[in-house]
Design a binder for this molecule. Structure first.
Ligand SMILES: [Ca+2]
Length: 306
């Protein structure tokens, strides 16, 4: 019995230590405004993405939806193609030399050649399309819920889903997306909030508030944040919205857990502890283990004496 009790206490100590050493995914993020350029206030922005230093935008509304290329230097429109008036354009993403444009309720994803905007084909889309981004091996699609669909980048067949959960929070209305490194940024529709999501398991890592960024000027309730694009060359994200008059380049900083890049949203990393923190952690763990192993032994001895 005594040997068994000791094993239980040791196991409890190990479990406690494991819990203490689990990565913490409660990092918070801040942003610094780096620069601002103009944005076409007639553009009902639905998607934004950059590839090879070129910025592409998709816009919405029936009869006004377009695929556009925009100058990163000054925000001017370089070229565009109108989408059919029967579709409501949504998010876009770029796969090599092809651009995919989502539609809201038409059940299709349109595919264009990037360099001449020539239409290639339509792909079937199950359900509504809201936002889209891509990694090398998969395309991510939002549909206004808390669930992201994972598509094969070649066939665009659905190959999985990500249910976004974490930190006890429930998120919904996931809309414009941006894939970068090991995270997915997802704007929550009709809000200035952008969620930071683990691309591997859908864990909600943090939520950023961009309400300080100047937006549209008309006061229309639809003038909401809806454009996110990672700019590798400038090391920041371009942020704009539906009918906004400006686009903003922001640099993201992790405010806690010693990481300094939004692509390093791994939470607490022991390698980042300084000497004092490491000593404190060692003493804390030693005290806890001593308490767990030693205190019940005293009780057990007393019980036996009784
Ligand atoms: Ca995007």
């Amino acid at each position: 019995m005594a040997a068994g009790g000791g094993s239980v206490r040791c196991a409890s100590a190990l479990v406690l230590m494991s819990i203490l050493l689990l990565p913490v995914s409660s990092a918070s993020y801040s942003h610094d405004l780096i620069s601002t350029i103009n944005h076409d206030s007639d553009a009902f922005t639905q998607g934004l993405e950059i590839q090879d230093g070129r910025m592409f935008e998709s816009t919405g509304l029936y009869g006004k939806s377009q695929l556009r290329e925009i100058s990163i230097a000054d925000g001017s429109l370089l070229r565009h193609v109108d989408l059919p008036p029967t579709v409501f354009g949504e998010g876009l993403t770029i796969i090599e030399d092809r651009i995919l444009v989502l539609t809201w309720k038409s059940g299709i994803i349109m595919e264009f050649y990037r360099d001449n905007f020539t239409k290639i084909r339509d792909h079937e889309l199950i359900g509504e399309g809201w936002g889209m981004c891509s990694f090398d091996d998969r395309v991510i699609v939002s549909n206004g819920t808390d669930r992201l669909a994972i598509l094969d980048p070649s066939s665009l067949a659905t190959i999985g889903n990500l249910e976004v959960r974490g930190l006890g929070n429930y998120v919904w209305d996931l809309n414009e997306l941006e894939c970068n490194g090991d995270i997915i940024l997802a704007n929550q529709w009709m809000t200035p909030f952008v969620h930071v999501i683990s691309s591997s398991d859908g864990t909600l890592l943090s939520t950023m508030d961009f309400s300080d960024l100047p937006s549209g000027s008309s006061g229309d309730h639809n003038e909401v944040l809806n454009g996110l694009a990672w700019d590798k060359d400038r090391g920041g994200y371009w942020v704009t919205g539906k009918n906004w008059t400006k686009m903003h380049l922001v640099e993201i900083q992790v405010e806690s857990n010693a990481a300094n890049s939004i692509t390093s949203a791994e939470g607490w990393n022991l390698s980042n502890l300084n000497y004092a923190e490491a000593l404190f952690l060692f003493l804390l763990l030693t005290s806890l283990v001593t308490f767990i192993v030693g205190f019940p032994s005293t009780l057990s001895t007393n019980e036996e004496e009784d």
